[in-house]
Design a protein around this ligand. Sequence first.
Ligand code: SF4
Length: 299
Amino acid sequence: MMQVLPITPRGYCPGVVKAIDIVNKAIENPTLPRPIYILGMIVHNRFVVDDFTQKGVITLNETGKTRLELLDYVKEGTVIITAHGTEDAVFQKIKDKGLTLINATCKDVQKTHDLIKGYLEKKYDILFIGKNHHPETEGALGIDPKIQLIESLEDVLKLSSSDHPIFVTNQTTLSIRDLDKIFALIQTKFPHAVISDEICNSTRIRQEAVLKSNNNIDLCFVVGDPFSHNTASLVKLSKTFTNAITYPIESVDDIRPEQLLGYKTVSVTSGASTPTLITSRVIEYLKQFDETDKSTWVK
Ligand code: SF4
C-alpha cells in the first residue's frame, strides 16, 4: 500500500467560499431580477460552474472576450462579479444598462486595486506583475491604461530606466518563487521603486506547504482546473523546487494506475477553487490503492 500525505492547508480559500456563498444566496433570493448572470467563471473550477448552471445561473465566459465585452450579451437581470474582481468600467456599464449588481470580488483583490488607485493619485508609474488575459490581471490593468504589465524577468529587462516614482504590485495567485525573482530584478533596476507583495495569504500558505512537504515524496497530485492560476502555481513550484514527480489532475478520473506503480509515497494538494469532495475522492482512491491487487485499481 502507498503512504498518502494529504498536504494542509489545501483547497478552498476564504475568497472562494465567500463567492460561492454569494451565488447560492442569489439563487435563493426570489426578489433578484432574473436571469442571474456570472461575468466569467465564478471561481476557476468547471465542477462549481456546472453546478450553478444546473441551478439556472448563466456563466458568461468566452476566450478572448473581456468582462466589458461579455456584458453586451446581457439585456436584463442580475450580474455577479467574480472573486477575481473587475475594472470600474464594468461596474459603470452594469449601472448604465439598468442591471442589478452583485459584487463577489475577493477582499484581497480589492486591496490591490485600492493600492494601485492610491499610488496613481500620487502620480506614480505602476508596474503590475501578472498573467496576461487572466481576469484578475484584466481587472487591475483596467484601472488605468498607463499601468504596465510585467509577466517575466525579460519584461523587466526591457523597461527603460527612469527616476520617476514607481509602484509595483502583483496578481494574488502567482508563484512566490517567481515573484521574488521579478521583485529582486525590479529593485536592482529601480532602487527607488515601492514594492507591495500582494500574494494573498491563502496562496502563500498553500505554496509553502507544498515546498515543505514534497521533498521526500515520490509523487504529488495537484487537484484543480486547467484554468485555475493558483493551481498552476502549485504545480510549477512542486515540479521546479521539490523532488516529487508532480501531476496536475482535475479529478480522480485523471489518475492512471500505471503512474503509481513502484512508488511508495504520494502527496495530494489542491487549488483554492477545487471543491473538497473532488480532492477527497483522490485521497480515498490513493489510500486504498494496492499495486498487487488489481481490484483496487478500478475507480
Ligand atoms: S486565492 Fe486569494 S485572492 Fe484569490 S479568491 Fe482566494 S483568497 Fe482571494
